[in-house]
Design a protein around this ligand. Structure first.
Ligand SMILES: Nc1ncnc2c1ncn2[C@@H]1O[C@@H]2COP(=O)(O)O[C@H]2[C@H]1O
Length: 230
């Protein structure tokens, strides 16, 4: 009997930017990329560093953040695999637009600027995907701007939690993020974010378990974050 095993995939499986590549080009990307590991708490780069590589995250989680002159952090996003980041400085040849820190132990592949630019020029699929990823970044920035104008802090906390829960349809979703990281993402003080979390917990929308937040009513958080129900 002919038994078909599931396709084990490769290092680029699931990464939108490299989807639809011919196998030969795909192999060239993998061959050009250098494996990297980052320990939890390790800084990958800080804003204004020269942008020398694109990072393809295979395992772990990375916080992308900016730091104010007084040292406060604003987390712009948390990258989880399979995803790519660090493309902005490679494309415009400028310095890193934000800093990146491993918030879990990570493994990744780093593609040098030269290899990335060569692939973008040689391959219309990659060019399309790069444009899609820049479009997505611009939409995200527009939404973040609007949230800061139109939502109060509990609304931003609710929306941040929904975003972190991803596309889950499960009745309960566990988010591995402590309250300071959540405050950095929602753009508020720890104290006011704690108050918002306490009020959501008292309504039965979530519960906290140490460094985790277990969301029990995603629909209620979606409504509080001004998001339309699916
Ligand atoms: N506001 C943001 N939201 C999501 N990702 C971002 C944001 N700003 C920067 N990044 C990512 O963080 C990276 C920092 O390095 P680069 O500027 O090379 O490329 C950047 C993007 O990949």
């Amino acid at each position: 009997m002919d038994v078909r095993l599931p396709d084990p995939g490769d290092a680029l499986t699931g990464v939108d930017m490299f989807a639809g590549l011919e196998p030969e080009v795909r192999q060239r990307v993998i061959a050009a990329a250098v494996p990297r590991t980052y320990r939890k708490g390790q800084l990958l780069f800080v804003e204004n560093d020269p942008g020398d590589s694109l990072i393809i995250l295979k395992r772990g989680a990375i916080a992308v953040f900016r730091t104010s002159p007084t040292g406060e952090r604003a987390v712009l996003t948390v990258i989880r695999p399979p995803d790519v980041f660090g493309e902005v400085s490679l494309l415009d040849g400028s310095a890193r637009s934000a800093s990146a820190e491993a918030i879990e132990d990570c493994s990744a592949l780093a593609l040098s600027r030269g290899a990335f630019i060569e692939l973008v020029h040689a391959n219309s699929h990659i060019l399309d995907a790069v444009m899609r990823s820049l479009g997505a970044l611009i939409r995200r920035l527009t939404e973040q701007n609007a949230d800061h104008v139109f939502l109060d802090l509990p609304g931003r906390v609710a929306k941040t939690l929904v975003r972190l829960a991803g596309d889950s349809h499960a009745p309960m979703v566990t988010i591995e993020l402590n309250q300071s990281q959540l405050a950095e993402m929602a753009g508020g003080s720890r104290q006011s974010v704690n108050q918002a979390i306490g009020s959501f917990a008292s309504r039965g929308w979530l519960r906290t378990e140490g460094r985790r937040i277990v969301v029990t009513d995603l629909a209620a958080l979606r409504r509080r974050g001004g998001m339309t129900d699916r």
